[in-house]
Design a protein around this ligand. Structure first.
Ligand SMILES: Nc1c(NC[C@H](O)[C@H](O)[C@H](O)CO)[nH]c(=O)[nH]c1=O
Ligand SMILES: CC(=O)[C@@H](O)COP(=O)(O)O
Length: 140
């Protein structure tokens, strides 16, 4: 049993609730403990995970967020930089599943967030579990 931290960027409440529920179910079904931390937006996710990783309390992380394209270049910044930051932490050996949706509209997000449909929160949690297994396999 390990302790996981779900870090959610709470930008769209109803979509977040579904993504977090899917992630929680996947982790708890696998027998792990879960805590949830909330940050304002997807750009805060990598920094928050980096800070939490420092304390050594968590075996792995799931980043949850929703970025919906607007009218400006902001979408590219938020979508690209949040993914880049999480990938950098992953390359440092931290077990993180990326559950940040980057979509054109709310309908696309709903289908992907819903645990009964694409369940991207659960998918991200399962990715974190795989990375945690790999950490153990390659530890010496
Ligand atoms: N537009 C979206 C954002 N933008 C906010 C940023 O993530 C950040 O919180 C702000 O720039 C302050 O640093 N965040 C999302 O999660 N989703 C969006 O669609
Ligand atoms: C992430 C986005 O594109 C969006 O939330 C911001 O919208 P806008 O580009 O219309 O300011």
């Amino acid at each position: 049993m390990a302790r996981f931290l779900i870090v959610e960027a709470r930008f769209y409440d109803h979509l977040n609730d579904m993504l977090v529920a899917g992630a929680k179910t996947a982790l708890e079904t696998a027998g792990h403990d879960v805590e949830v931390l909330t940050v304002p937006g997807a750009l805060e996710l990598p920094g928050a995970i980096a800070m939490a990783a420092e304390c050594g309390r968590y075996a792995g992380f799931v980043a949850i967020g929703v970025v919906i394209r607007g009218e400006t270049y902001h979408f590219e910044i938020v979508a690209g930089e949040s993914a880049r930051g999480i990938m950098a932490l992953t390359m440092d050996g931290i077990a993180i599943g990326n559950g940040i949706l980057t979509v054109e509209n709310e309908q696309q997000a709903l289908v992907r967030a819903d645990p009964a449909q694409k369940d991207k929160g659960g998918e991200a949690a399962k990715a974190a579990l795989v990375l945690l297994d790999l950490q153990a396999r390659f530890a010496n």
